[in-house]
Design a protein around this ligand. Structure first.
Ligand code: CA
Ligand code: CA
Ligand code: CA
Length: 174
């Protein structure tokens, strides 16, 4: 998986960051059965372990990142031989509700949406204001207002958030 603001289409690489991956039951209320933290490499991948996962049982894969829109897999997925490989980057349709954005044309790649600084499931004016305020205060470090992973809050982060707010980006769940 890629994180929209963290991905660089020139270098084809992403700033590394941590995401939390949940396995969710395939039917309502989609209870979480396990979770694990992944530290994505510059290619957006990691290998993680779920001790509660059972072969042949369908699970949704739910992604949560500090300032991105929560994103679920398109359809429930199954482990076979204790292994499941899932790639969110190949198409918008890999994300539930096609809730992904193209971040590169060569190679063609898709990412989860950035901009949800307050993690309430949508990108709106509240996020824009908080990122703007952080940029005005020259905030630095590992902060939720940093939408491109350079450890600085500035106009670039405001723009990413503003654009997704204008597009009414929000989480889409089963
Ligand atoms: Ca490229
Ligand atoms: Ca928000
Ligand atoms: Ca930044």
């Amino acid at each position: 998986m890629f994180i929209q603001g963290f991905y660089n289409a020139v270098s084809d690489a992403m700033v590394q960051d941590t995401v939390t991956v949940y396995l969710r039951n395939s039917s309502s209320p989609y209870d979480a059965v396990d979770s694990a933290k992944a530290y994505l490499n510059s290619s957006g991948s990691d290998t993680i372990s779920f001790i509660n996962a059972v072969n042949s049982v369908p699970y949704y894969i739910q992604l949560k990142h500090r300032n991105s829109i929560e994103t679920w897999s398109n359809g429930a997925q199954i482990f076979t031989g204790s292994s499941l490989i899932y790639n969110f980057t190949t198409s918008t349709s890999q994300a539930f509700g096609n809730n992904a954005i193209q971040v590169d044309t060569s190679p063609v790649r898709f990412a989860i949406y950035s901009g949800d600084a307050n993690q309430d499931g949508l990108v709106d004016l509240n996020d824009v204001i908080s990122v703007y305020n952080a940029a005005t205060a020259f905030a630095t470090g590992y902060i939720q207002h940093d939408m491109n992973g350079d450890n600085i809050a500035d106009l670039n982060d405001v723009l990413i958030t503003y654009n997704n707010s204008n597009a009414f980006v929000s989480k889409i769940l089963p």
